[in-house]
Design a protein around this ligand. Structure first.
Ligand code: NAD
Length: 497
């Protein structure tokens, strides 16, 4: 069986670790590879390689950096389907969804290709007589990324293209569940001409993460994953003096008002609830139906679920694939059991689903729970599976209050034809990303992505303009050419004249 290599100093490096994990094909339940859990020495080697490369990469001209990123963009575009296939094999999401993931990652690379404009500073002439002042954005140095299983290509692409464009070198610790695609991307970047050591990949677990968080050469850490780990990364990284952005979990609510286009709302709820088997941080997991909306909407949702094809993501007619691991399948099933025990009505029960020929795969069919209340476990906690919970409320204000009081604030959506209601929603809601008749409002690469409350720890969102800020430090210069008129000792605080 293949064991994955790390990628250090521009080449694959076999691990000497005696610890490793299994990488499954979630559709068949078979182990297809082993992933090493890096030793401390291997992590240090990756960080040292990045630190060494930083000495020259920070001086690389903007033209050089842009050319490499443009070449990388071409290679990712050329290998889009190869990348998508790798994603489906290890993550389980259906092939078309995997293609969409690569496409959204590609858009961040395209954003980073504009680095010459993005890294411009500001200048003010004559801030004082014959004195000019200007600002520069300089790289942080060595930056690390720690990423989750659910978007193994796209989420790392939220980070390293932007960080590298800004003149940083990068150490990536991808998810140990579906790690292969990141190695392939490192190969593509090398083909694109990236100097060795600018991007390094170490596979591993908490041991690798903890070393990154304490290593003195690492200046900044970008993390995406679950909320408890995001909080830990933020607290530990900042305690060690690092700049940290840590994006966490979610519980995204979709409000449906009685005047909404119910066909559109049903399409959206099914797509956003069950796409990628609900394993998206922007998945809709709670439907808040106002007034009589539920009575109109739920039959339409059930019709759509009845014809959904769940199966191996590589089969062309599959619309929803398996969950990532058996352990996660058991966890999600446990939530449905718990919901039923606490009084939710199971309108559609995916627990009984069997996928012929894939009996050992980690499949769970779509589940629809009605009459969910805010005190239930299925409402309070992130499930991260194909489970939609329906909460019925009488008024718009009650719907808003539910969202404001929920500890997560990643994404949310409202479905209505009432412009005033939509305007009030976008203005008042305490959530980072808002959709109006759009169920998954993932910002374009030239905006920035991030939630509020316990969905993000740190000050800046990821990629887009915030990404440029996160991966650079601001420097302000005040300069004057020597002029005899200004001779003479002056102990006063400098004043502008
Ligand atoms: P996870 O938190 O279990 O793992 C994320 C990363 O942290 C992995 O690289 C993992 O190896 C590492 N890790 C896990 N446990 C650790 C520990 N105890 N100490 C140090 N490091 C540890 O998340 P996951 O299960 O891979 O991904 C799913 C989660 O990610 C969901 O909660 C989802 O909402 C969230 N997510 C959020 C966003 C966002 O943008 N807000 C995007 C994608 C996923």
């Amino acid at each position: 069986m293949d064991t994955l290599t790390h990628w250090i100093d521009g080449r694959p490096v076999a691990s000497k670790s005696d610890r490793s994990g299994e990488v499954f094909n979630p559709a068949t339940g078979d182990v297809q590879k082993r992933v090493p859990y890096a030793t401390l020495g291997e992590i240090d080697a990756a960080i040292d390689s990045a630190a060494k490369a930083s000495e020259s990469w920070k001086h690389a001209s903007l033209a050089t950096r842009a050319r490499i990123l443009f070449a990388f963009r071409e290679l990712v575009n050329k290998h889009k389907d190869d990348l998508a296939r790798m994603l489906t094999l290890e993550h389980g999401k259906v092939f078309s969804d995997a293609q969409g993931e690569v496409q959204r990652g590609l858009e961040v690379i395209e954003f980073a290709c504009g680095l010459q404009h993005l890294l411009k500073g500001e200048i003010s002439e004559n801030v004082s007589t014959d004195v000019d002042s200007y600002s520069l954005r300089q790289p942080v140095g060595v930056v690390a990324g720690i990423t989750p299983f659910n978007f193994p290509a796209m989420v790392p692409m939220w980070m390293y293209p932007v960080a590298i464009a800004c003149g940083n070198t990068f150490v990536l610790k991808p998810s140990e569940r579906d790690p292969s695609v990141t190695n392939f991307c490192a190969e593509l970047l090398a083909q694109a001409g990236l100097p060795e050591g600018v991007l390094n990949i170490v596979h591993g677990d908490k041991v690798a993460v903890d070393r990154i968080l304490e290593h003195p050469s690492v200046g900044a850490v970008s993390f995406v994953g679950s909320t408890p780990i995001a909080r830990y990364i933020y607290e530990t990284g900042t305690k060690n003096g690092k700049r940290v952005q840590a994006l966490g979990g979610a519980k995204n609510h979709m409000v449906v008002l009685p005047d909404a286009d119910m066909e559109l709302a049903a399409d959206a709820a099914v797509g956003a609830g069950y796409g990628s088997a609900g394993e998206r941080c922007m998945a809709i997991s709670v439907l808040v139906c106002v007034g009589n909306a539920a009575d109109k909407l739920l039959p339409k949702i059930r019709e759509r679920i009845a014809v959904l094809k769940v199966g191996n993501g590589l089969e062309p007619d599959s619309q929803m694939g398996p969950l990532i691991t058996r352990q996660h399948l058991d966890k999600v099933t446990g939530y449905v059991n718990q919901g039923e025990k606490e009084g939710a009505k199971v309108l559609v029960d995916g627990r009984t689903l069997k996928v012929p020929g894939h009996e050992r795969g980690f499949f769970l069919g779509p589940c629809l729970l009605d009459e969910v209340t805010p005190s239930m476990t299925v409402y309070r906690e992130e499930i991260f599976g194909p489970v939609l919970s329906v909460v019925r409320v009488d008024t718009y204000e009650q719907a808003i209050r539910l969202i404001q009081e929920h500890p997560y604030g990643n994404g949310t959506a409202i479905f209505t034809n009432d412009g005033g209601a939509a305007r009030k929603f976008q203005h008042e809601i305490q959530v980072g990303m808002v959709g109006i008749n759009v169920p998954i409002p993932v910002p374009m690469s030239y905006y920035s992505f991030g939630g509020w409350k316990q969905s993000l720890f740190g000050d800046l969102h990821i990629y887009g303009p915030d990404g440029i800020k996160f991966y650079t430090r601001n420097k302000v210069v005040i300069g004057r050419w020597p002029d005899p008129r200004f001779r003479g000792v002056d102990l006063g605080f400098p004043q502008n004249r």
